[in-house]
Each structure stands twice: as C-alpha cells, then as structure tokens.
Design a protein. Structure first.
Lengths: 760, 429
C-alpha cells in the first residue's frame, strides 16, 4: 500500500499523471493520456504491431494511424496492455516490468530503465490493471473539458471567401460570390469552390503547392535527362536538330532555338505536377498519384520520348509546348538488349509518381543508399510517415555497427526501422541507374537487406516487373494514404505541417500540447474519412479544410493568458506569411498587375525555394525580408496610385469615387468622401470591412490629412507627383498641386505594409 | 520608450520575456537615431555535411586498416594537437599541416563525441540542436541569435544544414552578396537614398501610423500565432533600416570558393552589426565510395574556408569577437568497404575557436578501433570507469553556458535534460 502510494506521489510530482489532482480519474483516461501517449505509442508500438519486429509475440498492438476506428483501437490496445500487465512470472514478479528492462529475453532488449519516468508509468499501470475488473472500461472522454474552440472567433464569411479565392485562385471574390455568401453563409462555399476549382489559376496553385511537397522541379540535371540515354538517346535531344531554317534571320533563328529548348525543358519539368492536375481536374481518385497507368506529355516532351508522330492527332494544338495529355508508354527498349524493360503487357509499368522519371531522378539511388532514400520519401510523401523523425537512440551505435556483420538485419536497434524501410527500397530495385532511371543491378538485388515487399507482404517474383504498381496498389488501400493526403492539403493551405504528438513527458504543458494535437488529429481523420467516401476526390479535402474551424479561426473573445490555454491555441489560426509567388498574385489581384520583382534572387531572399537546396519556405520575416516589404509597399503604391487616378473613374480599382481635388477639412461632404474611399481601400487591399467611423479608418484619415497638411506648410515642393511614379503616364493628368495624390500614395503604402496584406 | 518599442517588436508576442540588455539592439524610428549595432560575439557554425572522416583530420589513427594514406608513425603534432598528415595528398585548399600550424594554438578539439545515430537527418538535427528526438528545437545558432539579437535584421543567417528556429527568431537566407545591396535602402527609389519614394514628413507619418496601428493590436485578444506574426512583421520592417549598414562592408570582388562566398555575406553582416550567427555548410562528405580521394578534396576545401573566415575577420577587426564551431553530423567507419569508401560511424569530433576559449587543447579520445572512450565531466580526463559518453546535448549545454544564455527563457523553453554532474566543467578552459 505504501509502495503504491509512493509511486503515485512520485508520478504526481513529475507531472506525469494526466490529472494529478483528480483522484477519480478513470483507468481508461489514465491509459489513453498517459500509458498510451507516453509509452505505448512512443515505445512499444515500434515493434509490437503487425509487420513489426515483435509481431509474433503475445503483445501485439494496433497502430491508430492504420485504423479508421480510433475508439475501437484504443479499446483494443488497452485490453492488450491489461492482459499482459496481469501476467506474472516467479513470485509476484510482473512480466511486463521485467520485459521492459530487458529481462526474460525481451527481443527489444532494455527499452526502459527502472529509474525512467516511463517505467514508473508502466508500474502504475500494472498496479491498476491488477486491481480493476477483467473487462476494460470504455475509452475515457473528458466531458468536463471546455470545448476546444470555446472563445475562438471565426473569420466572417466574406473574409473567408476572400481568403479562399486569393489562396486558391489568386483573385478577389466576384460580386456574385460575395452576394451568395452574404445570403447563404458557409453553405455557399462548396458550390463556389466547385466553380473556382475549374479555373486555370487554381491548377497553377495546386501544382505549385504540390511541388513544395514533392519538389520534382528540383532534380539535379538538365530536364531532358529525365529520359535516360540508354532508352532515349536518339530522341531526348530533339531540339538540337529541329529544323528552324524557315527563320531566315540568324539572330531570330538562334532566339527561336533558345525558346524551343527552354519550352521543352519547362514542359518536361512540369510533367509530374501536371499528372496531379489531371487527376484533380477530372475528378479521378487521388490514389492515381500512385496508381495511374499513364504519364502526361506535351507535343514537345512527346518528341523527347519519340512518340510525337503517333500522338499528334490527339493534341488540340500540336505546336503548343504546354498542352498535356495522358499517354501510356510502351516498355522501354534499350540500346542493348540487356537494357530492355521486362513487361508482360508490352507497356511501361506506370504507377503514378512512383514510376515517374522526374520523380525518380529527383530522389536518386546510389550504390550505398540502395534505394533507401526513395523508401524514406515514399513513406513521407504517400503515407505521411517520417521514418527518420524519431531515430532510436542506441546506447552505443558504434558498438552495434561493429558487433554485427549486418546490423540492419541483425541488431534489433536497426531492424526495427530497416524491416519496414528496406522492403520498399527493394521494390525500386529495377530503377537502379544512377544517371538514368530504369535498369537492373548487374549483380542482382542485395541479399544483405530485407527483401522486397510491403509491410510484411513479400513481393511475388512474378510481380517484379511491375513492382511499383504492386506497391501503388497497396498504398492506395492503406488508410494512411488518405490521411497523408489530408495532411498535404493542410500544408498547401497553411504552409506548415500538421502537429506531431508532444514528446517531452516532463513538460508541464504536455497535456495542453497533447490536446491540441488530438483535436487537430480528429479533424484530419474526419476529413480523411469523408475523402474516402467521395471516392478519394482531392477537391473534397480542400473544401472540408476551408470550412473547418482550424482554417477559419481568426481571434479570441478574451485574452488567453493561462499558459495551458495559450499552448492549446498555439498553432491555431492560418496566419501564413505569403510566399513570393503568392505576394505577386495578390498584388495582381488587387492592383490589376503583379509587382514583377519578386523573382529569382529576390524571391530567394524573400524566403522562396529552389526545390533543390532550399526546399522549405521561410515562415517568418527577417530584416532583409522586412526591407523587401518596404520596397514593395513603396514601389507598388508609387506605380499604382497615380496610374489609378489617371483612369476614368468607372475603371478605377482604388479610387473610383474620389478625385485628387477633394481636400480634407474643407467640408463635411469632402471628409465623408475621403472616409468612404479609405473604407474601400481597406476592403480592397486588406480585405477588412470597416465602418466609416472605425478607429482604423480614422487612423488612415489622419494619415492622409496629416500628409496634406504637412505639405501645405512646406515650401518648395514639386507640384507634380514624383517623376518615378508618373513617368509612364500623360503629364497633365498628374499635376498634384495640393499633394493629395502623394498623400493617397502614403495611405496605400501604409496599407501594403500591414499583416492584412502580407499575410494570409 | 525603448521598452515600449521592444514590446511592439514582439517580445510579448514570442511568448517569453527577453532581457533588454546591452546586446538587445533595436532601431526606434520615432526616437530619430539608431541604436548602436550589435557588437558581438558573433557565432559561425561550420558544418561538413555528409559526415567527415575525423581520422584524416584531428583524430588520426594510422593503425589497423583505418587509414590507407598514412601509418601511425606519420602522425604529426602541433602543441597538444595530433593531426593526420595530408599535405602530400591534396590538390588544393588547405592542409592539416597548414591549418593546425596557423590556428592550433587557438583551437579546442573534442574527440570521442558520440553522435549516437548513423543517419544523416537525425544526426544533423542532433548536432545542430542538441536534441535527437524533437523537431521543435532550435539550432544553437538560432537560439543564440534569438537571445542576443532578436531584432537584428539578419540575426540568424543560414546557408544550409539543419536550420530549425523553434519559432523564436526569423531565419535569413541570402543567396548572393549583391542581393543585399538591392535592399539596403528600402525607402529610396532603385535603392538610392538620395531619391526617396516619400518626402520625409510623409514617411514619418506612415511610420507613426504603423506604430499606432501596432499598438492598437497589442491590446486585442489575438490568437498566439497572430500576436507572434504581427510582432515579428513589425520588427522586421522597422529593423530593416539597419540593412543600409551592410553595403559599406560588401567587398568589391566576390570570391569563387563556396565557403568564402557564404563567409563574406556573414562577415559583412557581422561587421555591420546586423547579424548574430550564421550556419555555413559544404556538402558531399558522404564518401561511401572512394573515401580517401573525396576526403582529401573536401577536408582541405573546408579548412581553407575556415581559414578564410578567420583571416577576413582579422582584416575586418572582428576576429576577437568571432566564435567558430567546426562540426559534422557523423564520422566514418574505421574500415573501408568494398568500394574503397567508408560508411557512417557514430563517433567523431568537434572543434572550437574564439574569445575566452583556451586553445592548444584536446579533450576526450577514441581508442585504437575508433570507439569512444568515456570522459569524466568534472575533470575532462579520460575515465573508463566513471566517465560518460559525451553527446551533442553536452556540447550544446556547454555552448549555452559559454554564450551566457543557459538561463535565458528561450533556453529553458528547450531544455537539454542534463543533470549538474553531467555538465562538462571547465570545458572552455
């Protein structure tokens, strides 16, 4: 009794019990929030699961990530834990407690030390399991906890609409869309999104977003070398021999040659993401990204494959470098017979991106990584698992390496991962060319690694020629695929990854972090379930995320001061700094034309990616980026303010209801007009719907009137707008004797520097 | 006024209080004059990405089959340092002989570091942050930048390697030196300070309105992400004014070498007082095939890059404020594989150089089979009976102590989990 009390006290002191102050906490709650979250999921599940190293033991758990019924999974796992916790060996010696410290021939050796907090959790569980009724109680639901979104303010429907149209189509909402949302609220969004998802701009964004994940534009070679020399030596360089003799002028002919080559390369780089576009645009099951038995080609890239002539009738415009159509390639034929591709159908064994040349080139193999890199990215891209995230700490990794002839198959510390990773690597075994893609290893596949297969299933020899199709088929059926795609959609929409479960057991905010993770996880699983019911139509995922509380959260009703509540809310709200491409599109949507300067070096400086070395976008602004924001605000305001006033009033985007001769303080009508214009600017530039008497409008009014006043008191000012801001416009229209055009430019500059413009 | 400004710049938004000490710099546009530039120490972390062969550098062996290019008797020394003789095997860059000859008296080496893992990604993460099993921890370079210069416009520069920030500081990537010139005078047309977009009175009004707008937001009940983002945005724009200090330190000619190019950007930013730390990195050390030729090409390039930085820092008169960490994410096996390469090895080394770091010292060791030898953390002597395995968290704890940030709120937010008796005592000499 005393010993049990001491354990309980020590757990409370460590903050390890879910609710240390609540003696009545149920066993199920203790299991889910403490035993499972802190030990079972993190430690035991690595081996004790189907396909795991300990799958043949009596202690086999179910991986929640592979289950669609989380409640039942938790019930099952609690039952298994209970059963084992009741086993004893010798005189009142807990079998479970001995196993975890490496005794009783535990296959995983010592996974916990007796002075670890996790050991104490297991000890507490053993005690409770032996004291409770045989049948486990239902899974605990903390009904007393306030709703997770209590006190969270959601974005109003009009602003949500603007967020969505800018994010997914790079444009402002139309009047019809605004009217629809005003009338029908959130219910209007699915229909609006259905139409939006037919726009070309949506597919530009979709490809851009998925390239941020798959990075296929970043393979390290000239694009046409995605086509291997062994199989396409006579066709892949077709632009070099293309007849341009009809262009008589040598310089023009040379320029045309450059353009031909550039277009070919751009089209070749674009093929993988065009596959995704094709699948989504045509409402095909999104599993086709791993099962599609075709690739996308254009008139230019099909020349590289040597199939243009037969495809030519299928193109609407055979001269369009970027018209993509699906095509099934024939099995590859090499320069030598040994390089011919095995195929029982006569066709290339397409499996969506898995067998895509560009994808395989982006993640090449080497003699030493043996396709393990491909296996790693396969898990990450298609099952949402980072196999290297939680590399097990080995007490002496060097000793393990030295002790075994083949640690990856013999040392339990290594086997735990390699048993999962290596079979997938083996499925890529016939894509072994370091420079090209397809090609068998001369000496056959490695015998000193686990053989080709998938999560415990061995690849049948007769399926080897289509091993990646075999993989794709299994991937498509794996529940983790749908979840991973929902997570990708979240990344596309928010620019950040979904939350991971917290790992610091001693963290006093552990429970709050765990709750934030679980709430988001519930949303992910809900959307994934719906995704499955739609036939895996990816559009449904975007639509579900957009109307979710996670996407719409936009503030609080009261200040969150309690550290636990702040921690729960830490990741909530979109609050995404726009990427360079998004900034340009937003400028274009608001002002009618993009800025045009956030490209190349400037884009990189503004946190962009090159898909090669730099693969993650900056999420917070550095001072250098702050400088770029200042330049952008100054320059866009400079070019657009005078330009807009130079248009006819009905054509203006910024100042449709005011002229430069309206001065502040001259009459109530004039001030009202100025305030109405400010309301319009706040709405157009920031997406904020302000009242004319709001503090924000007042601040902008004071800025405008203050600049005009200062100017009136300054002598010697040029009565015209700045030359740089008016140089491409007719002179007379840009007289600015009262400094109002420049004052309005100041207001636009002010707005462009705000989070409402620079963030999503 | 200054306290208010720092608040607007986001200390509250970042969730923890940041000390307003002599190193926390900021520019207040309404005060009308600049605060002094950040004056160091400046931190550079050099990373040999892919896994270096320490037996060809600071932990020579020459026994068994560990090295084919030299024997044990060929090993050279400089003071207390032992190093592999490589001068006759290299085509360019800087040899060990030259490097230790020039910098040995200032160098602190730790051998027998237990990287603990054999994979690149976890190893890089562990070495950069001191934490193996978390993706949330900031790198040391990011942490020291957040603690010492949170409002510097380029507080944390990175050119590769693992660069997580823990959401406590913005990361800056500056791919090309000339690109800094383009943004140095953000309020001047085409970067020309003499040709401003706005007249001075208009710009002052804009800044004032932005400040008032920011102030009005601080009292609203915002989500934590909103608070943080708005604070960081305000700080980034205001402190971007410091960027103009960089231009005068941009060299007329840009070096061709990879590390030297990165170094010039970092050094110009240090000299201008706009940067606290930088990650510099070159890759391709992963010599699974033909280890010796690869390492003999890359180690000299790496050392030459380090020497370049130190010499340029000397010329810029900031060497006495420059702290250099020289590391990799793993070592290489004590045996050659069938492709004459060496595979991943979880035992290696790390080197340091900088003010208050006593040089000409070697701490820790590996044995003749390149295994770790336990180290007594109190005496720093080899102690096979009671010694510990020195792992990245021990190094990071020491670095935090050295930088004076071990008790900072940000460091406490990312604990390393060492007990007092595990911490390395007197490590810096």
């Amino acid at each position: 009794m005393k010993a049990g009390l001491m354990i309980c006290v020590s757990l409370i002191a460590l903050g390890l019990l879910a609710n240390p102050g609540r003696a009545e906490e149920s066993t199920s709650a203790f299991f889910e929030k403490t035993v499972w979250a802190k030990v079972g999921e993190r430690t035991c599940l690595k081996c004790h699961k189907a396909g795991g190293e300990a799958e043949e033991s009596k202690f086999v758990l179910t991986d929640p990530k592979r289950s669609q019924d989380q409640t039942e999974t938790m019930r099952h796992n609690q039952g298994v834990f209970t059963k084992i916790a009741r086993l004893e060996t010798g005189v009142h010696q807990s079998r479970m407690l001995q196993k975890v410290v490496g005794k009783l021939n535990h296959g995983g050796k010592e996974v916990l030390k007796a002075d670890f907090p996790e050991y104490r959790i297991i000890a507490e569980w053993v005690k409770r399991a032996n004291a409770m009724p045989v049948a486990p109680r239902p899974v605990f639901v903390d009904k007393n906890a306030p709703p997770f979104f209590e006190g969270v303010v959601m974005l109003d429907d009009r602003r949500l609409l603007r967020r969505v149209t800018l994010s997914l189509a790079g444009r402002l909402p139309t009047e019809a869309e605004l009217t629809d949302v005003a009338k029908n609220g959130l219910k209007a969004l699915p229909k609006i999104l259905d139409l939006l998802m037919k726009e070309d701009a949506f597919y530009d964004r979709l490809r851009e977003g998925f390239n941020d994940i798959f990075l296929t534009e970043g393979f390290d070679d000239v694009p046409e070398n995605a086509l291997s020399y062994e199989h396409f030596s006579t066709t892949r360089g077709w632009t070099q021999n293309h007849d341009l003799s009809h262009i008589k002028d040598e310089k023009e002919r040379r320029q045309a040659g450059y353009k031909l080559s550039n277009d070919y390369r751009k089209a070749m780089l674009g093929e993988p993401m065009k596959l995704i576009e094709h699948i989504v645009k045509n409402d095909r099951p999104f599993t086709e990204i791993v099962t599609a038995d075709y690739i996308m080609v254009t008139p230019y890239t099909s020349r590289g494959y040597g199939i243009f002539t037969e495809l030519k009738p299928k193109f609407k415009n055979p001269d369009d470098p970027f018209e993509y159509i699906p095509v099934k390639l024939k099995a590859l034929v090499g320069r030598n017979r040994v390089e011919d591709q095995d195929s029982t159908t006569g066709f290339y064994a397409h499996a969506g991106l898995l067998s895509n040349f560009q994808y395989l080139k982006r993640y090449p193999t080497t003699e030493t990584n043996r396709n393990r890199q491909r296996s790693r990215v396969y898990f990450q891209h298609f099952l949402g698992i980072d196999v290297l995230e939680l590399a097990a700490r080995v007490s002496d990794a060097a000793a393990v390496s030295a002790k075994f002839d083949n640690p990856t198959m013999q040392a339990s510390e290594c086997v735990v991962c390699h048993k999962t990773v290596d079979p997938i690597a083996g499925l890529f075994q016939d894509y072994w060319k370091f420079e090209g893609v397809y090609g068998k290893r001369k000496d056959g596949w490695f015998k000193d690694m686990f053989g080709a297969g998938y999560e415990g299933d061995t690849l049948p020899p007769k399926e080897r020629w289509r091993a990646l199709q075999w993989l794709g088929e299994r991937t498509a059926k794996d529940p983790r695929f749908a979840v991973a795609m929902v997570e990708h959609a979240y990344y596309l929409l928010t620019g950040r990854k979904v939350l991971q479960p917290p790992k610091e057991l001693e963290d006093s905010l552990y429970d709050a972090k765990r709750r934030a993770f679980q709430e988001q996880r519930k949303q992910v699983e809900t959307i994934a379930t719906h995704f499955g019911k739609t036939g895996l139509n990816f559009k449904s995922v975007l639509k579900d995320w957009v109307v979710s509380d996670f996407y719409r959260a936009d503030g609080l009703t009261t200040l969150a001061v309690h550290p636990k509540r702040r921690t729960e809310l830490e990741d909530l709200g979109l609050v995404r700094m726009l990427a360079p491409e998004q900034v340009e599109r937003k400028v274009g949507a608001i002002f009618g034309q993009p800025w045009g300067k956030l490209n190349d070096q400037m884009a990189m400086l503004y946190g962009g990616i090159d898909s090669k070395e730099v693969t993650e976008r900056a999420t917070d602004p550095s001072g250098a980026m702050g400088a770029i924001q200042r330049i952008l605000a100054n320059d866009v305001a400079c070019k657009q303010t005078a330009l807009d006033f130079n248009r006819k009033a009905k054509d203006r985007l910024l100042f449709p209801h005011i002229e430069p001769d309206v001065l502040p303080g001259t009459s109530p009508e004039a001030d009202a007009k100025i305030r109405q214009t400010i309301v319009h600017l706040h709405q157009r530039v920031l997406g904020h719907y302000e009242r004319v008497d709001s503090p924000e409008v007042e601040r902008s009014f004071q800025l405008f009137s203050g600049i005009v006043k200062d100017a009136s008191e300054r002598k010697g000012l040029d009565p015209r707008e700045n030359y740089h801001c008016r140089r491409n416009l007719p002179g007379d229209a840009l007289a600015d004797p009262k400094y109002t055009i420049r004052a309005w430019r100041g207001v636009v500059t002010y707005l462009l520097r705000q989070p409402g413009f620079l963030y999503e | 006024m200054r306290r208010d400004f720092l608040k607007l710049c986001g200390m509250a938004g970042l969730g923890l209080a940041c000390p307003i000490g002599p190193n926390a710099q900021a520019f207040d546009p309404l005060k009308g004059k600049d605060e002094p530039p950040f004056d160091g120490p400046y931190y550079i972390v050099f990373n040999a990405s892919g896994g270096w062969d320490t037996t060809y550098l600071m932990d020579p062996k020459g026994v068994g089959d560990i090295n084919r290019l030299y024997k044990e008797g060929d090993i050279l020394t400089k003071g207390n340092h032992k190093y592999a003789p490589i001068a006759k095997h290299i085509q360019g860059g800087m040899s060990n002989e030259a490097f230790f000859g020039e910098f040995g008296n200032d160098l602190l080496t730790l051998n027998g570091l237990d990287y603990s893992v054999n994979n690149h990604a976890p190893g890089a993460r562990y070495m950069a942050t001191g934490k193996l099993d978390s993706m949330a921890y900031p790198t040391f370079a990011a942490l020291v930048a957040a603690c010492k210069g949170p409002t510097c416009p380029l507080s944390f520069l990175t050119f590769g390697n693992y660069s997580a920030t823990g959401n406590i500081v913005a990361m800056s990537r500056v791919p090309y030196l000339p690109s800094l010139q383009k943004i140095a005078n953000a309020d001047g047309i085409e970067g020309n300070a003499k040709s401003p977009y706005h007249d001075d009175f208009a710009l002052n009004r804009i800044e004032k309105a932005l400040r008032e707008q920011r102030e009005s937001r601080t009292v609203l009940p915002l989500l934590p992400r909103q608070e943080r983002a708005e604070s960081m945005l305000y700080a980034a724009q205001i402190n971007s004014k410091f960027m103009q200090r960089v231009t005068q330190h941009i060299p007329a000619t840009i070096p061709k070498e990879r590390l030297a190019q990165q170094a010039e950007i970092a050094l110009a930013s240090f000299k201008a007082g706009v940067c606290v730390s930088a990650n510099l990195s070159i890759g391709q050390f992963d010599s699974h095939v033909n280890n010796d030729p690869d390492q003999m090409k890359l180690i000299p390039e790496f050392l030459a890059g380090i020497a370049y930085v130190i010499r340029r820092a000397e010329a810029l008169k900031i060497r006495d404020k420059l702290v250099v960490v020289i590391q990799s994410e793993m070592g290489r096996t004590p045996t050659y594989n069938k492709q004459n390469g060496k595979d991943h090895w979880s035992i290696g080394s790390i080197m340091f150089l900088g003010p208050r770091i006593k040089g000409n010292r070697v701490i820790g060791a590996t044995d003749e089979k390149q295994f770790h030898v336990p180290l007594n953390p109190q005496t720093l002597a080899i102690d096979k009976a009671k010694g510990i395995r020195v792992r990245p968290e021990h190094i990071h704890e020491a670095l935090r102590q050295y930088a004076g940030i071990a008790d900072h709120g940000f460091s406490k937010k990312f604990p390393l989990g060492l007990t007092e008796k595990e911490k390395l005592q007197g490590f810096w000499g």
